[in-house]
Design a protein around this ligand. Structure first.
Ligand SMILES: Nc1nc2c(ncn2[C@@H]2O[C@H](COP(=O)(O)OP(=O)(O)OP(=O)(O)O)[C@@H](O)[C@H]2O)c(=O)[nH]1
Ligand SMILES: [Mg+2]
Length: 598
């Protein structure tokens, strides 16, 4: 059978099955709110992920000499290596999941190109932009910055130019004196220590990781050569605009321009940089620096004004579809919804004359033209013991301003159902608090975020840093981190535990000292009850029971279902709806609007 025939056959079967569905399902005017099974989307969803990103390493400097007609042995003209690519982050609208990033795991910017002859500098490495959904919280887990480590270890002339130049001059004088002696005594060079490997730059020897040698030269000429001291570590100017370490960003609004997380490393220097009085034709150049590696923890918290909390099959998704133009999946079985989704309620449809033109422009109501509602998978009892889909999805309503508890009036005791939901919410809060406690104790235990590119910042910063130090990003208020500033030295801080010669091959540090985002307790949020399926028979009794219970809670005769003191009870009420017929939805929107600020 040809592919076209097969296609026709499949279409025919599909049509037949569609007809069958149509004949069994009564398609009435509510089919949008009570759709048939195939109406669903199964986009993958991930709300936390770990990502390692690295800025691009610099290209190597070039060793080259001018060769032209009549200039057989010209001056050095090797270009510098290009700077490595930068890594940016951007919060974009339209993305709703971290699954693409989670699958990727690693993000690397491009390496700078090597310098070339005729003083041609290497091209810059390619930048990369990490696009995350709006509502992502970014936290740094660890960081490896070889250049910062070198600055801290003081292994590369970090003591200041003056000293470097003096030392170079002394070295030059020594070289000239040695050359003179060599001429006089006609000595060969065999007695000069030929330890070419592992020699530090301070002793003027070849440092394999840092220097690049002229390929045509004989090893003897290097073992006897006196290398200049390595140039001071250089940093791209962009470092000053990068987010200060440790990175903690709350990307709750779309970012207009990408935010720099890690600037590319500088390229190596070409051989013309090493011309001195005694060495006219240096046969060496420096290699490019290593890029910065940063491990980040990304957590997506969907941003919605109202969060729907309810048991599976309570009718949350149907309610969302009735209130908004959302097309979330609805089904008559538990766990139809497997990933959170957000719908938008448009308050001003921009049709006709705006109603509030007569209001003064300072009116607080003027600003809000819409609000958003988040639907999450249902909560079963003992969800905190990881039953059902667990409590993880509650993080998406954690930041909501108002909670709507969706109770199915036809499913047993509604008051018990409401208390059960509050119990799970309470357990979720407890778990978050414990997490926070663990983190803060591990923070103080570790004390040494240190050393690895954090340096002095870690020594003194951790103590001062508050848990809620999460700040929205402000590009030009960020300054160079003290640990990255070669001039910065804080005598009060203990010396960081850094090996003198950084060992780049060792595995990265594994501590996970992350401050948690502190939010107001969920029990302090305004909440109300949406009593759904009110169209079903014998639900009036159940609704009256909920109403009476909420009245008791409001007046203080009953305790708050969360069991917390000072919880929100002021305007507590229940709204009956039949979401499937879109009945009572105006009442729900009115209550939501009333409880939302602004
Ligand atoms: N009679 C009646 N049925 C409703 C109403 N609202 C929802 N339903 C039905 O209840 C079933 C479950 O609806 P969903 O909206 O998928 O429930 P859910 O709370 O999102 O369920 P999960 O996603 O599994 O947590 C569906 O068969 C709906 O048709 C209502 O107001 N009246
Ligand atoms: Mg659902």
């Amino acid at each position: 059978m040809s592919s076209s025939t097969r296609h026709l056959a499949t279409t025919a079967t599909q049509e037949a099955s569609d007809e069958a569905v149509q004949s069994t399902v009564d398609v009435n005017q509510f089919d949008h709110l009570d759709p048939v099974a195939p109406d669903h989307s199964t986009a993958p969803f991930t709300d936390t992920c770990n990502l390692t990103l690295s800025s691009g390493p610099g290209g190597h400097g070039c060793i080259s000499f001018l060769r032209e007609k009549y200039i057989a042995n010209g001056p050095p003209n090797g270009g510098d290596g290009g700077t490595g690519g930068n890594v940016y982050i951007q919060a974009v609208q339209g993305e709703t999941s971290l699954h693409k990033i989670a699958r990727r795991g690693v993000l690397k910017a491009g390496r700078g190109k090597n310098g070339q002859g005729s003083l041609r500098g290497g091209a810059r490495g390619e930048d990369v932009v990490l696009s995350v959904p709006v509502g992502t919280v970014v936290r740094e887990v660890w960081r490896r910055d070889p250049v910062a480590e070198e600055i801290e270890a003081g292994s590369r002339g970090a003591k200041g130019y003056g000293q470097d130049i003096r030392r170079d001059r002394e070295r030059e004088d020594n070289v000239m004196r040695r050359d003179r002696e060599r001429d006089d005594d006609d000595l060969d060079n065999d007695d000069i220590d030929g330890d070419a490997e592992g020699g530090t730059d301070q002793s003027g020897k070849w440092h394999r990781d840092k220097w690049l040698l002229y390929p045509g030269a004989l090893p003897k000429s290097f073992t006897s050569a006196d290398f200049p001291s390595l140039p001071r570590p250089r940093r791209s100017n962009l470092v000053a605009t990068a987010v200060q370490a440790p990175i903690r960003l709350d990307l709750s609004t779309p970012t207009t321009s990408p935010i720099l997380l890690a600037a590319g490393a500088m390229g190596g220097l070409g051989n013309p940089h090493f011309v001195t009085k005694s060495v006219h034709k240096p046969k060496y150049a420096t290699k490019g620096d290593e890029g910065t590696r940063i491990n980040l923890l990304l957590e997506l918290k969907l941003l919605a004004d109202v969060g729907l909390v309810g048991a599976p099959n309570a009718g949350k998704s149907t309610l969302l579809r009735a209130l908004t133009r959302s097309r979330t999946r609805v089904g008559s079985w538990a766990f139809t919804t497997l990933a959170p989704s957000v719908g938008t309620v448009v308050l001003d449809s921009y049709r006709g004359r705006p109603t509030d033109l007569t209001q003064p422009s300072t009116s607080s109501r003027r600003g809000r033209t819409h609000f958003t509602i988040a639907d999450i998978p249902g909560l079963v009892s003992d969800a905190h013991l990881d039953r059902g889909l667990g409590l993880g999805f509650l993080r998406h309503v954690e930041r909501a301003g108002v909670l709507a508890f969706v109770i199915d009036l036809s499913a047993g005791d509604p008051v018990a159902a409401l208390k059960g939901l509050w119990r799970e919410v309470g357990m979720f809060e407890l778990m978050r608090a414990e997490e926070r406690m663990e983190k803060s104790t591990s923070d103080s235990d570790l004390g040494v975020r240190a050393g690895r590119g954090e340096g002095e910042d870690a020594g003194k910063g951790r103590g001062e840093m508050k848990d809620d130090a999460m700040v929205p990003f402000k590009p030009f208020e960020s300054s160079i981190s003290p640990s990255l500033d070669p001039e910065h030295h804080d005598p009060s801080s203990s010396p960081p535990a850094v090996p003198t010669t950084p060992d780049y091959d060792s595995p990265p540090p594994t501590f996970t000292a992350l401050p948690a985002l502190v939010l107001p307790p969920i029990s302090s949020k305004p909440w109300f009850v949406v009593a759904t399926k009110a169209d079903l028979p014998e639900t009036q009794e159940a609704f009256r029971a909920v109403q009476a219970y909420l009245e008791d809670v409001r007046t203080g005769r009953e305790g708050h279902p969360s069991g917390k003191a000072g919880a929100w009870v002021r305007g507590l009420r229940a709204v009956p709806v039949c979401a499937m017929r879109k009945e009572g939805c105006e009442g729900v929107l009115e209550v939501m609007r009333g409880l939302l600020p602004g």
